[in-house]
Design a protein around this ligand. Sequence first.
Ligand code: GAR
Length: 259
Amino acid sequence: MTLIWPLMVLFVSIPFGQFIFFRGYLLRMASHLRRSNSPIENPHAVNTSEQPYSGTPAAPDHHHHHPILLAVFASGTGSNAEKIMDHFAEHPRIKVALVVSNKPAAGVLEKAAARNVPTLIIEKENFFRGDSYIPFLKEKGIDFIVLAGFLWKIPAALITAFPSHIVNIHPALLPKYGGKGMYGQFVHEAVIIAGEQESGITIHFVDEHYDHGGTIFQATCQLEPGDTAASLAERIHELEHAHYPAIIEQTVLKQVVKH
Ligand code: GAR
């Protein structure tokens, strides 16, 4: 009886009680083993919780990516720049590190200051010579340039310094209504005068010609009877705000290789 009783207890308890205990125990063991394995499976895993990114890139670390740094160039009110800054405010890989403008009074500068994004104003001669701000962008570690309503033609020196790393948004369906002088309301007026049924936005890579590089994305909207340049601009802005930040994100992650 002294031998049979404990054996009986064991036989009965394993299927009913202990089995559940052992099962839970084994599952916990398995998940613990998986977790402690993951840094080995993915040595470049991005850590978003323990080491939030600071303004300056950290020292080389095999377990963490450096953030990819964007410079946003804008000449006007900067509603697109604002959406872009907000989109990347909490992004684990991409950060807006600089807003560049050619106009000291541009509204975009206040929007950047309100978000603690550093700003740079470039004078005309300097911009087209390119000899001081291109080294500055490189020193700051800028990886990618986003044009958001920037009205000067991008000089060849800047394109050479950032090949396939500059994108622009144009408020029409390129190749129509692009080129010199075609910006903002002038584009919308031309679209309305031509009696177009639709307009839209084009996000494209920047090359040495105005509104010319490879198209990345287009979206369209219908023209309404009685549309003015202002009413069309409003609809175009909605399209831009809805798409530009996400397209920038995809393009940057594809084009910039950074560890
Ligand atoms: C945007 O609609 C952009 O597409 C356009 O300027 C506007 C800037 O608005 N860009 C061009 O016309 C470039 N040729 P925002 O300052 O409110 O972003």
